[in-house]
Design a protein around this ligand. Sequence first.
Ligand code: CTP
Ligand code: MG
Length: 223
Amino acid sequence: MRVAALLMAAGRGERLGAADSKQFLPLLGRPVLRRAAEVLLRDGVVDVIQPVCAEAERGRVDSILAGLPARPAVAGGATRQESVRAGLEALAAEGPELVLVHDAARPVVPAGTVAAVVEALAEAEGAIPAQPVADTLKLAEGGAISRTVPREGLHRAQTPQGFRFPLLLALHRAAPAGATDDASLLEAAGHAVRLVPGSEDNVKITYPGDLERMEAAMLPRFL
Ligand code: CTP
Ligand code: MG
């Protein structure tokens, strides 16, 4: 196996505040989790998916992903970082060459992005899709601006993020808690991480309204 992809689905979706975790909600008739798995596989460069979810949801995740090249789900942890570590450990025996880490809450990834991330790993130890920041950035406290922050060079990180598997596993085993994404572990250790073009469509469902906006954007393709 050359390329494995972790599908991160152990979160509880507290900011969305729905009765169910967001990865299980329907997006135009199919669970967000299922769509996120399908977009990972679409470019034909991922050999197998390793889902990571809450212990109690393992059976449900396996049935949502039925028919896809996915390993049985493994249990995640209290933080995303702990969940990624659990997924990496589950793949350690097979030892893939490359690993992608993707949020199950990102069910819309344009065609070509996954392949571009994998391609970029020929020249770097890590690669992530990212979007340049478009808005002017204000540093503020208590509703008052203290200054404008230059946005030149600033990017918003998306997933799937791709890495050489042995390196990401080693960095996770050594990492202190608190990393907000996987690329930051490489950055802190001085490894090269390349950017590939992200997309405004690649939204992480986070707040109320995100799922509905995504459905509205997708709907015309079905009419
Ligand atoms: N995730 C995970 N394990 C955790 C926390 C998050 O696998 N302990 C996953 C989520 O399921 C999600 C992705 O990481 O697909 C991005 O996290 P986030 O958007 O923060 O999702 P939640 O943690 O579910 O949402 P919230 O923070 O609002 O509770
Ligand atoms: Mg979270």
